[in-house]
Design a protein around this ligand. Structure first.
Ligand SMILES: Nc1ncnc2c1ncn2[C@@H]1O[C@H](COP(=O)(O)OP(=O)(O)O)[C@@H](O)[C@H]1O
Ligand SMILES: [Mg+2]
Length: 206
């Protein structure tokens, strides 16, 4: 594992919780209690609007990923990496392996933030770019492009964050459910909204 805990330091904790993102209950809880990672893979599951994207974007930022999405330690990153108000105050407590990765050379930095909203732009623009993948993902289907990102960018132990697309069109359709993956044969996967923060590495790995 690379990260043990996400938390907000006392001086960074907002006194007022009335405004986004601190008005979101899971963010408020995070501010009070922190969020502890106990396994190499963590899934965040909740209703639309419950704060999963807000959390994973900030966690990605905490590990020096661009909240827009993309790889860790990009040679030529976007000129203005995207930041979020929660990311600005969130601190990650890294394990020894996590600290080594963040402090180590670029070639040892394996991490990717795959946001469904922006992954398509990445597949359009990054095929053949050094440090990414060779395949011409611009001429692939979305699904094939995703699979290329998985296989080329997430094959090594690293810090991987994934966020599924919003299902804004389905908001309110099933407010009462706490997401359990539904049958893929269903006509639509109604807001299973299954978000994944993976932190897949060996604490003792060099
Ligand atoms: N940039 C923003 N400014 C203000 N409110 C936001 C912003 N982004 C998300 N929200 C609100 O924060 C809440 C949590 O959103 P989000 O993290 O996207 O939820 P989820 O990913 O679980 O569907 C929602 O009420 C949403 O409308
Ligand atoms: Mg979301």
């Amino acid at each position: 594992m690379f990260v043990r805990r996400a938390y907000i330091r006392e001086p960074d904790r907002p006194a007022q919780r009335g405004q986004w993102p601190f008005a979101v209950p899971c963010v408020s809880q995070l501010a009070d209690e922190g969020l502890r990672f106990t396994a190499p893979v963590t899934f965040l599951v909740g209703d639309n609007g419950s704060g999963k994207s807000t959390l994973v974007e900030a966690i990605a930022e905490g590990f020096k990923l661009d909240a827009y999405g993309g790889r860790l330690a990009a040679k030529r990153g976007r000129p203005n990496p995207q930041r979020t108000p929660l990311g600005d105050v969130l601190t990650l407590e890294t394990t020894a392996a996590g600290s080594r990765m963040l402090g180590g050379p670029r070639s040892h930095k394996h991490g990717f933030f795959l946001r469904a909203e922006t992954a398509f732009n990445l597949t359009e623009n990054l095929g053949g770019v050094p440090g990414y993948w060779d395949a011409d993902t611009a001429s692939m289907s979305h699904g094939e492009g995703f699979l290329t990102i998985f296989s080329e960018m997430m094959s090594k132990p690293g810090f991987y964050v994934m966020d599924e697309r919003d299902h804004a069109d389905e908001r309110g359709a099933d407010n009462e459910s706490v997401a359990a993956p539904r049958s893929p044969r269903g006509a639509k996967r109604r807001h299973t909204s299954l978000y994944l923060v993976t932190d897949n590495g060996d604490e003792n790995a060099g």
